[in-house]
Write a new protein. Sequence first.
Length: 280
Amino acid sequence: MQIPSAIVTLVIGMILVLTGLWIGQSFNLLPVEASANAPIYDELFQVLFTIGAILFIGIVGLLVFSLIRFRRRPGQLGDGIAMEGNLPLEIFWTAVPAIVVLFVGLYSYDIYDRMGGMVPLAHDHMATSGAAAGEERIWGGISSGSIEDAATAPAALPIDVTAMQFAFLFHYPQGDIISGELHVPAGRPVTLRMEAKDVIHAFWVPEFRLKQDVIPGQPTQLSFTATRPGRYPIVCAELCGPYHGGMRSTVVVEEADVWDEWFSSNAKPETDVTTPVANA
């Protein structure tokens, strides 16, 4: 009894999907999560990894099967049978990739929009616009289900970032601190206002799942909330010159009390300026 090819194809497809889902859920190729938006980015990566695993196993399996099943047999000297034209097969291999690409595009657009990527020049990964409107978002570490939640959230820490060949400099306006390392408190929103002095650079922290171009003459902004204390590399991800590979720094995520001590010990004391009073 010969099993119909449609049933065989269906069973193989189900096995491929289940195998891809298992691979996508069982293997994590990304570094540790250290920011509030990392879990949602990782969810997108798992979906793409699952789809890639299904396609890879399916295509390689089909190639291996074809190499074995249709190999030249001993004594066969002629060419194989000329076969062309299979409308159902052509519809299948056109429709499936089209559906996959459409799904990935819509899903990626949704993630990018929730990150604030559609706001011109802002690139605010805190989604503060959604918080102000009372939208239900948890992107960037602040639950913005209500205006009251947004009002009680801690104020964002502003930091100016200057990129140049071949280093990053971080300036804290509130304490007039200039540092070669980025020190941020865990659990508090941080807003980076970035500009480049020479060529295009890129600020990338793999553990934060964040990357933003730093462009000369066009200041950009990047907001995030670090969640895991530790030291994480800052990498320039844009080819910026002969020493591009050495353009690295470190972001130090500290508990709030530890960061307060660092800030207090490095902040410049405020200078009292007394305005003279003119004699009447």
